[in-house]
Design a protein around this ligand. Structure first.
Ligand SMILES: *Cc1c(COP(=O)(O)O)cnc(C)c1O
Length: 411
């Protein structure tokens, strides 16, 4: 028995020092949003900022805004800000393209740094696009992708592994890797380490410098609240930057893009990872999201996320006993990110029934219900209400209706 009541959760909201951040977001009435790890909520400032970029910088400033409004600096400027969230130096991170494309760029540029080694090592539970991209790079460069269970990583490290590519927080279970420990062991085996931070940037404290990581990528539209399809970021440790030739040699990665030379010469530093003209409207939205996140102290965000997980897990253990759920996210705070995932054989219709009642989480095939915890705007009383609704849906058998079994195209 937790002995907790809704009043306890209301009291937690009143005492929450992060509560004022909630007012900075647009959150629709009647919705409990537990999917900020798929698409972050919109900061109120974003709409105003987009309006300003469109009506002033674009409409009035026209092409002059590339310099006057600083458009050309946005990829590096926002990269430096994201760098503060992931423990990077200011000149090690840049914003460009999508996570998939950045993975391609980094993997293809990293393999030649370990000549003679032929393996990209990853885990079979990694996010599909990461694996698909690695498969493509391996085919292109005459290497191969080897996939193992997470527990077998150390065992699979051998003289033929050029690079290890892992996602820090697993998208399906929320399990978090020991970044520093794994990086150390990978590098001791002579390989390079690439971290995918899609489910950790803005969600958990990250110290790429402390861990000695070589490369990283991550998402702008999840915990960073950068908007649908927001550009991604990539990190290259300074020691590698001038030794890497990125495979997509576009003009914005050139040492002198506006000299219009006939031959490619890479820019110094992380800037060489740029390819083509950056999407300014999307970057403006991303910067607003990142600025807001930087206002909140990460230790407070992490503490609230851990607390929200514990409370949610306790409520679920009690309310859903005997309903066939199993929490698969590690209970150990050092081993999980900022989500809670439950396995249930009817996960799909249950997720749909929840959405019909305003509780938006998501389903991940084959049998996972995933709820993202975004402490910047998620309240405590909402957790209580979400569990009450889930309990109700299970007790009334309300999930088992034809409309909840229908499959949509995008999940
Ligand atoms: C969300 C996510 C992606 C998304 O990649 P896109 O190129 O933005 O579609 C990639 N990898 C992981 C681990 C993710 O969680």
């Amino acid at each position: 028995m937790t002995g907790l009541t809704r009043r306890d959760f209301e009291a937690l909201d009143r005492a929450d020092t992060l509560r004022p951040f909630r007012e900075r977001f647009v959150l629709p009435e009647g919705v409990i949003y537990l999917d900020g790890n798929s698409l972050g909520a919109m900061p109120k400032e974003t709409a105003a900022r987009l309006q300003q970029v469109a009506a002033q910088e674009w409409a009035e400033g026209l092409v002059r805004s590339w310099s006057r409004a600083g458009w050309i600096d946005l990829p590096l400027r926002i990269g430096a800000k994201i760098g503060r969230l992931i423990g990077a130096e200011a000149d090690e991170t840049i914003v460009a393209d999508s996570t998939s494309v950045n993975l391609f760029k980094l993997l293809a540029a990293a393999l030649p740094l370990r000549p003679g080694r032929k393996i990209i090592l990853s885990e079979c539970t990694n996010f599909p696009t990461d694996l698909y991209i690695a498969e493509g790079v391996a085919a292109l460069l005459g290497c191969r992708l080897e996939l193992v269970e997470p527990e077998a990583l150390d065992h699979a490290l051998c003289d033929d592994v050029a690079i290890v590519m892992l996602t820090h927080v697993n998208y399906r279970t929320g399990r978090m890797h020991d970044m520093a420990g794994i990086t150390r062991r990978v590098q001791a085996a002579g390989a390079l380490m690439l971290w995918d931070l899609c489910h950790s940037a803005g969600a958990v404290p990250i110290d790429l410098t402390g861990a000695g990581a070589d490369f990283a990528v991550g998402c702008g539209y999840k915990y960073l609240n950068g908007g649908p399809g927001a550009p991604s970021f990539l990190y290259i440790a300074r020691r590698w930057q001038d030794r890497m030739i990125l495979p997509l040699t576009g003009w914005l990665g050139h040492a002198a893009p506006f000299a219009f030379e006939a031959q490619f010469r890479p820019a110094a530093g992380v800037q060489r990872a740029l390819v083509g003209t950056p999407p300014i409207l999307s970057l403006a939205a991303l910067e607003t999201g990142v600025d807001l996140m930087l206002e909140a102290p990460m230790p407070a965000l992490r503490a609230k996320s851990l607390r929200q997980f514990e409370l949610l897990a306790a409520l679920m253990d009690e309310a859903l006993a005997g309903c066939g759920f199993d929490i698969v996210t590690p209970r150990d705070p050092d081993r999980r990110g900022s989500q809670i995932c439950l396995v249930h054989q009817h996960a799909w219709p249950i997720a749909q029934a929840l959405i019909a009642r305003g509780v938006i989480g998501d389903f991940r095939a084959p049998d996972i219900l995933r709820f993202g915890l975004t402490p910047l705007y998620l309240g405590y009383a909402e957790l209580w209400d979400a569990v009450a609704i889930l309990k109700d849906i299970m007790a009334a058998g309300a999930w088992d209706r034809p409309e909840h079994h229908a499959r949509a195209k995008v999940t």
